[in-house]
Design a protein around this ligand. Structure first.
Ligand SMILES: C[S@@+](CC[C@H](N)C(=O)[O-])C[C@H]1O[C@@H](n2cnc3c(N)ncnc32)[C@H](O)[C@@H]1O
Length: 235
């Protein structure tokens, strides 16, 4: 298992790993690999869009450096668990609205001191902004029609100026009919109206079909300026 350019992320062949902060325990049936004193958990790109992005070219360097991260749409905690491995000194505030998904998330938080789950609707950040405070990274993976609007509202509520984020955009939750690229372009424009500049974008196929990762920087003073400017293909 070799180090990568992302602190806390390791690689063997085509597989990526994080160091298991809860040795001996699996979260979603992932492979565990032991080398010396260290146990690694394989990060499955078919189960985690963040791992897919890693395999397809890389994740923003700000993720392993984050001190406080707000995660919208935690589900059962698959991706959250790897972020928790990655950020032993960080705090992960995780919003999930489904009580059925919240139970495993709560269980995960009982085993990992840096995970703080919130049973809440990401469309109503005013309900949890006081609890979360200001974060330096915003991650969103919710299959909702107004994904751009939810991301913008949460950035306004909790993301520090200059902070970074990742929007895992599920195009078919926005519309069933319009072409994928026009939905991605509209979402970029909507984010730009709120001071959120897309600095990189990538399709997540073949791992997640019709999903795009939009890497974002929050230029808080730019809100409501025109949606001009272009983001490169990188992250
Ligand atoms: C695709 S799953 C997330 C998978 C997870 N991010 C992972 O990689 O392990 C989407 C989750 O978003 C949750 N969700 C959908 N709308 C939401 C909302 N408005 N507020 C909070 N959670 C929401 C769903 O209940 C579901 O658990």
């Amino acid at each position: 298992v070799d180090a990568t350019r992302w602190p806390g992320i390791f690689r063997r062949g085509r597989d990526f790993f994080t160091v298991n902060a809860d040795p001996g325990h699996r979260v979603y049936g992932e492979d565990l690999v032991r080398e010396g004193e260290t146990e690694y958990r394989r990060w499955d790109p078919w189960r985690s869009k963040l791992a897919a992005l890693l395999v397809l070219g890389g994740i923003p360097a700000e993720i392993p450096a984050a001190r406080k991260l707000l995660y919208l749409g935690g589900a059962h905690g698959t991706t959250v668990s790897h972020l928790a491995d990655l950020l032993p000194e960080g705090r992960l505030h995780v919003v999930e609205k489904s009580p059925a998904s919240f139970a495993p998330l709560l269980h995960l938080s009982e085993r990992r001191a840096n995970v703080f789950p919130l049973l809440a609707d990401a469309q109503l950040p005013e309900r949890y902004r006081a609890r979360v405070g200001q974060v330096d990274f915003l991650y969103q993976d919710v299959a909702q029609r107004n994904q751009g609007g939810i991301f913008a509202e949460n950035a306004r509520a909790a993301l520090q100026p200059g902070g970074r984020g990742l929007l895992m955009l599920k195009v078919r939750s926005v519309t069933q009919s319009r072409p994928v690229r026009s939905v991605v372009a509209e979402t970029r424009a909507e984010l730009a109206r709120h001071g959120l500049e897309v600095v990189g974008s990538r399709e997540l196929a073949p791992f997640s079909r019709e999903h795009w990762a939009l890497s974002v920087r929050f230029n808080a003073g730019d809100a409501h300026r025109s949606a001009s400017g272009s983001g490169g293909p990188g992250m």
